[in-house]
Design a binder for this molecule. Sequence first.
Ligand code: AMP
Ligand code: MG
Length: 341
Amino acid sequence: MQTLLITEPDSEGISRAGEILRAGGLVVFPTETVYGLGASAIDEGAAAKIFAAKGRPADNPLIVHLAEPADAERYAVVCPLFFKLAERFMPGPLTVILPRREVIPVTVTAGLDTVALRVPSHPVAHALIVAAGVPVAAPSANISGRPSPTTPRHAIENMYGRADCIIAAGDCDYGVESTVVKIEGEGVVLLRPGAVTPEMLAEVCPVKLSETLNRPVGESVAPESPGMKYRHYAPDVPMYILDGSDETVYEFLRDKDDCAVICFDGDRELLAREHAFSLGDRADSASHAHRLFAILNDINAQAHDGKIKAVYARMTPAGGVGLAVFNRLIKAAGYNVIKLD
Ligand code: AMP
Ligand code: MG
């Protein structure tokens, strides 16, 4: 497939990309969370192309992106709590699951009677949705199972030749996918942690954490968010999280050559190694979120070159957006944690 590459999205480029979406094509675009792979959410055939391009399992539903919270009424059955959440967090990195209206095909919702809605704040994403004139179904723009792209280079590496158009413009601010919540009664259940933290949500309504958060979901269990049951974000070599003090971690890694290490700015002994990547200051979860997927994508490229046989990551702190970082890290590591102390 020929891919139109737009690196400086002016109004002409955005209206061209909008036309492609309206006509049923696939467009990769930047958002404030990660790069998305978009298609018209009211065109069954277009949505089906997303699953083919990503190799995404058909039972994993897509998030529908809107220009304004008010548009939600056309595609879902809304409630007062939705608008309370929208007032506080939209546009921004929050996805809300609501009962679906007929106009959204079941291809998009993977057969569910609910639909996930989000209003991105990224100016290019917003302008693109307006230009398209249709709601835009968009999962992360990675091949299924791989880390989500958060840089133009990684978006191109994943989707060149698979999408009709790629708008490759700038790094994503947050770097982890949106927070996903389901409205239940007067409160919400957190299905996927993101930059909108449980603490922030609790300022608006009661919050419950999904029981499957940060735990492997067995094949027999029907998870509340179908995406939870799949192997995710994983590099193509084994990955482990090291739970230990500086000393025990350094000692453990001393005789491990040919492996990548994910650590913090202060880990000078580790950063002297050949394949070491820093998430930033140990206490800076926003930096960890911003860098994690870019690091995992770079490690993957080195793994493909045969330079790396395994990945070891230091345990990240879990407060605030750290919950989302740890959630992605432990999934990338296939829940393999090595306790050293
Ligand atoms: P991504 O593919 O990275 O955009 O992730 C979308 C996430 O939202 C996946 O984990 C999906 O399973 C989840 N999701 C989307 N729609 C729904 C829905 N209707 N109900 C529950 N989870 C959903
Ligand atoms: Mg994804």
